[in-house]
Design a protein around this ligand. Structure first.
Ligand SMILES: [Zn+2]
Length: 405
């Protein structure tokens, strides 16, 4: 006997056979937190279920995955937004002590409960839009105590919001004031003390860095990634966002999980990603709010067969976007992804960007992370900015939304 059986559903399986892997009149059975059977309704094997749900033709997708966020932070930077609109550049604001450093000061000043209280509503907002897995980065502490606090808060809020949280260590996000002009010394400290302490506490799933002239050089990132490799940790990179630093090729050379942003990635970088199987994570929220005009090389990435993921990059400065469906819509309108590509970018390819093989598609044996939607066509999920059409979400087979009617 199955735990749950969903019938009369329009399933988007995101298997690789067709753009959505659509099954118009589909059924899906859940047993023990996993998908036990998926296919056309009229091929359903004879079996009973404790709970049967008539989806009434509603769309069912894998639970959505936001594979790049900075959800844990304190404070807000709306005044910088005003300054940028008045003509200041991101680099000018960063050099004047704003940008990441402003959030570092606010985050250091917040204790664990305050940081949790500030961050949890953001995760809950994503969960309310069908998100079941979220990546959360550190990187607003830049000291031992606060980096660990951020990672602990990330894990705690995952339990509270019913979302699987994967944590990335982003100590190499910016050089903190106390190490101003001494980026290499900061990196030594980061590797020898903070990274090791976080690993000892079991707080890290991957190591990330920000490779830009205002942050860390390719040589410095290479050193950090070498330390990650020795610890057996996968890597990912904020790569080629504001300038071509060879970031895509660098993270590919470490067999990285993902290269993120990529507005200025070169053809060589794209080839390297394709060879290493590294996913490209596209972040249209940052593109929008920075009023960037240089598009990431979508056509080149597509032609090379690089898996395209899409994420919110939710952060307090450059991407105040806390809506995964918003990110999908922006990926289509700004980056010209097809709706099928953008939705694969928050399911199948987002799972790849996190190195998670057990989710992101509707397939027997995978985790029963599901989202049911009150829409008629798949493209509707990529078309609007609000309102939220989620009917119900399942996390490892357990529903946390009552049916809406
Ligand atoms: Zn980011």
């Amino acid at each position: 006997m199955w735990d749950t059986l969903i019938r009369r559903a329009h399933l988007l399986t995101f298997d690789t056979g067709s753009p959505y892997g659509s099954i118009r009149r589909g059924a899906l059975a859940v047993q023990g937190g996993r998908i036990a059977w998926v296919g056309p309704d009229d091929e359903l094997p004879a079996n009973s279920a404790r709970e049967e749900i008539d989806a009434g033709g509603a769309l069912v997708t894998p639970g959505l995955i936001d594979c790049h966020t900075h959800l844990v932070h304190a404070g807000q930077r709306a005044r910088e937004f005003e300054r940028r609109l008045a003509g200041s550049t991101y680099e000018e604001i960063a050099r004047a002590g704003g940008g990441i450093r402003a959030t570092v000061a606010a985050t250091r000043a917040a204790d664990e409960e305050a940081l949790l209280a500030a961050s949890l509503p953001r995760l809950r907002a994503l969960a309310a839009e069908g998100v079941t897995t979220v990546e959360v980065k550190s990187g607003y502490g830049l000291n031992l105590e606060t980096e660990l606090r951020m990672l602990r808060v990330a894990r705690r809020m995952g339990h509270l919001a019913g979302v699987m949280v994967r944590t990335s260590f982003l100590g190499a996000h910016a050089v903190p004031e106390e190490f101003a002009g001494r980026a290499d010394a900061y990196l030594d400290f980061l590797i020898a003390e903070v990274l090791l302490a976080a690993v000892r506490e079991g707080l890290i799933d991957a190591v990330d860095a920000y490779c830009e002239p205002i942050a860390f050089s390719p040589a410095q990132v290479t050193r950090l990634f070498g330390a990650a490799r020795k610890l057996g940790l996968p890597v990912k990179l904020h790569a080629d966002q504001r300038s071509d630093q060879g970031g895509a090729a660098l993270v590919a050379s470490f067999g990285g999980l993902s290269a993120d942003h990529l507005e200025y990635a070169s053809p060589e970088g794209i080839s390297a990603l394709a060879r290493s199987g590294t996913a490209a994570v596209l972040l249209p929220g940052a593109f929008l709010f920075l009023q960037e005009t240089h598009l990431p090389p979508i056509g080149g990435l597509r032609r090379a067969g690089v898996p395209l993921a899409v994420a919110t990059d939710c952060n307090p400065g450059t991407s105040p976007l806390c809506s995964i469906l918003g990110a999908v819509a922006l990926a289509c309108t700004l980056f010209r992804l097809t709706p099928a590509e953008a939705l694969a970018g928050v399911t199948r390819n987002a799972a790849a960007a996190l190195g998670l093989a057990d989710r992101g598609r509707l397939e027997a044996g995978l985790r029963a992370d599901l989202a049911l939607w009150a829409v008629e066509e798949p493209a509707e999920l990529a078309f609007r900015l609000g309102p939220n059409p989620l009917l119900r979400r399942f996390v490892a087979g357990r529903s946390d939304h009552a049916p809406s009617d």
